[in-house]
Design a protein around this ligand. Structure first.
Ligand code: ADP
Ligand code: MG
Length: 432
């Protein structure tokens, strides 16, 4: 289950020399303006990095978190070779913004988050806050709050004792601590829970306490690593919304690591996709869905299958097919909501209409391979005559949706589907 590590409010705790910029200036930390706290060398490097990452929309590199060309390398993996867990990542998170890092297991998300926290060394590159390097600042002096999936709240302390943990370390007087704890518990939806033993909390309540604990010292950056992954889906969906609301209400800057794309898109302002240690694409949730751009990103976002331009023409996806024509390794990717079943046939003479579209609609005929219920809809895997994966020679599997109260759609049943081209996208293989 999730716990918080202590987080610290930096301004009271850091000595100026922890903030020595690489140009040797020792800025006054408190109330310094952003111009007085920036490092021109790092800034220039970081701006160069932004140009390399074409879709990084950042206007002010001097504020918030800066990750400039960061690599994390573990000295020896299972076979004695160094593991390049993070490769030359560039990213900034402006004040009050939430960025999610999304990627498959082993793609380097936690390594990057841990490097930002100071729990792993950076092999190269720089991590900055307000333009100033923090790579030599100890973990507990970075002013970053942490929340992980693994680890636990202190079972021997009450809820209030857990939430107050970082405040005690920060030397906040008892009366003020109590007020902050009450305020935090109110914010995470657990007012009056202060005296409850940790052992009496449900999984979701424990996560809320963990979040309150991470936020209590008012961290300048909140780092969350799979904070909801141990919860069941329904609870995760609700808590993802709550986490966003709570973090946004405090205007806290946050980096949120998850492998669940729905969760990432619910929580974050921008979502970065990690693949094999690289940050390959970062955009708003809507930007990623309308333009995943790379096959690797689309695949991770649930697009399937990927059609050659010729196949896309045959399905009537003319605009996208035209754009893919004559481009090497360019595909048309079908989004999760691209195909809708409009009629189902248990035999070729027995058609049952599912919606009110007329016979003139441009429909495509498919055969159901399997069917399941997902999020209140019936979802089917379909094959369509002669649509073959050119690499494997096997039939392409299309995903189509129907209302839950549609006539029973079973494997072997023939269906008519409509395709919504606006739910599809042009993508290309990244390493072409
Ligand atoms: P993710 O969080 O995306 O699942 P990680 O950052 O945990 O990915 O891991 C990235 C890569 O680094 C993986 O190949 C993983 O096996 C490796 N790795 C992670 N931690 C260590 C470690 N302490 N020592 C060696 N290799 C590690
Ligand atoms: Mg991880």
């Amino acid at each position: 289950m999730t716990t918080t590590s202590p987080s610290f409010t930096p301004d009271e705790q850091m000595t100026p020399d922890e903030y020595v910029a690489s140009d040797g200036r020792v800025p006054s930390h408190k109330n310094a303006d952003s111009a007085g706290r920036t490092n021109p060398t790092l800034q220039a490097e970081a701006r160069g990095a932004v140009r390399e990452c074409e879709d990084l929309r950042v206007t002010d590199m001097s504020r918030g978190l800066g990750i400039a060309d960061v690599s994390v390398t573990y000295p020896a993996g299972p076979w004695g070779q160094p593991v390049h867990a993070v490769r030359n990542v560039n990213l900034t998170i402006g004040p009050g913004h939430i960025v999610a890092l999304l990627g498959a297991s082993g793609s380097g998300k936690s390594s990057l988050l841990r490097a930002v926290a100071g729990l792993e060394d950076v092999a190269s590159g720089d991590v900055t806050w307000d333009g100033r390097s923090v790579v030599r600042t100890p973990v507990h002096q970075r002013g970053f709050g942490l929340m992980f999936q693994e680890g636990q709240l202190f079972a021997h302390r009450s809820v209030a004792g857990n939430v107050a943990y970082g405040l005690v370390s920060a030397g906040i007087p008892k009366v003020k601590r109590q007020a902050i704890v009450d305020e935090m518990l109110e914010m995470v939806g657990l007012p009056g829970y202060g005296n409850r033993p940790i052992t009496t909390l449900s999984g979701g309540q424990a996560q809320r306490v963990a979040l309150a604990r991470a936020l209590a010292p008012n961290p300048r950056l909140l780092l969350l690593d799979e904070p909801l992954s141990a919860l069941d889906r329904a609870l995760r969906e609700q808590l993802a919304i709550d986490v966003r609301t709570i973090v946004k209400s405090g205007n806290t800057t946050a980096m949120y690591v998850t492998h669940d794309h729905d969760e990432a898109m619910t929580v974050a302002d921008r979502v970065g996709i990690m693949d094999n240690g690289e940050l390959i694409r970062i955009d708003t949730p809507a930007g990623l869905l309308t333009d995943p751009r790379y096959l690797e990103v689309a695949s991770f976002m649930g697009f399937a299958p990927f059609l050659t331009p010729a196949q896309a023409h045959r399905l009537g996806l003319t605009a996208l097919a035209n754009r893919s024509d004559n481009q090497l390794d360019s595909f048309v990717a079908l989004g999760q909501r691209a195909m809708t079943i409009v009629r189902a046939y248990t035999s070729l003479t027995n058609g049952e209409q599912i919606d009110n579209r007329g016979e003139s609609d441009q429909v495509i005929c498919g055969v159901v391979q399997q069917s399941r219920i997902h999020q209140g809809m019936r979802e089917c895997d379909l094959t369509i005559d002669q649509f073959i994966d050119e690499k494997t020679g096997k039939p392409l599997i299309f995903q189509a949706r129907a209302p839950i109260d549609a006539p029973v759609i079973k494997a072997g049943c023939t269906v008519d589907v409509l395709i919504d081209e606006s739910c599809c996208a042009n993508v290309f293989a990244r390493n072409r």
